[in-house]
Design a protein around this ligand. Sequence first.
Ligand SMILES: CC(C)(CNC(=O)c1ccc(Oc2ccccc2)cc1)c1ccc2c(N)nc(N)nc2n1
Length: 328
Amino acid sequence: MDRLTAETKIKELAKRIERHNRLYHEEDRPEISDQEYDQLMRELRELETSFPDLQSPDSPSLRVGGEPLPFFEKVVHKTPMLSLGNAFNEEDIRDFDRRVRQAVGSQAVRYVAELKIDGLAVSLHYENGLFVRGATRGDGTTGEDITQNLKTIRSIPLRLTKPLTLEVRGEAYMSKGAFEKLNKEREERGEALFANPRNSAAGSLRQLDPKIAASRQLDTFIYGIGDLQGETVESHSEGLDLLETLGFMVNQERRVFDDVDELLAFIAGWTEKRPHLPYEIDGMVIKVDSYAQQEELGFTAKSPRWAIAYKFPAEEAVTILEGIEVSV
Ligand SMILES: CC(C)(CNC(=O)c1ccc(Oc2ccccc2)cc1)c1ccc2c(N)nc(N)nc2n1
């Protein structure tokens, strides 16, 4: 096959595969069987192997994972991935609010409250709208390059809706359902079980063979912008809306509050609703919304003064022993 025909065929196959992906994953109405889908993917990968320079950086073939890596390269994050101070009760949150209001003077303060997903923190780097590198948090400054594994996560866009250069951070996680299914399969194969969805997400992304990550149902929620070129946003909530329009998964349960009592009521609500979520959360994150006020508040050695994590009390592991409920 000559190069021009290959190029046309690759483009046509990629378009068909992406359409079937959308039908299967987003509209839940597949038109072809898994075998027919696999055949399309095989044809695309064969052509890309024969003409490697014709593989586009957002080719759907990247979702199935390539060859295993000998080791992970180190990546220095463009901006550090900071940690969060902790709050354990209402008083801690009121103290945080008092510290914020003291620093910003008489200005009104708006907070954004977000769920704190119990997964693996990752940083994603995009150049001119293309996903070029992804890394674990590591020590906050240097992480491990797990780009090949992250490319297998469908909710991570390989190409943004705008050709922007930016670095974002978020959480890679495994839903409770995917976790139960994975452990059931492992049990049937006599393999060791994962302790919780967080460990299975972390374990999946730390595999040198990307086909393993591709076989695990991983997902992401993006929660922050580390570096952004070519656009300006004035607040964190505006930044999250921009991330959504760019194609990222941003958690829908985020809310803005101008009053700390309503914020506290929202948090109390999630303490009850948490077991009914399809994924695990270990707390809530509260952030000052205005970037100007974030600037005024600044950072301690390792975390921002304008954000805090409220940690839910450890869920009582309740075991039913012969019908008697005991809390451990
Ligand atoms: C707020 C931040 C710490 C991210 N932000 C940063 O890491 C960060 C990093 C450099 C920044 O600016 C600097 C730039 C250069 C040098 C130093 C700081 C600003 C924010 C954070 C951490 C964990 C989160 C989590 N698990 N869930 C949610 N929902 N949100 C979270 N948010």
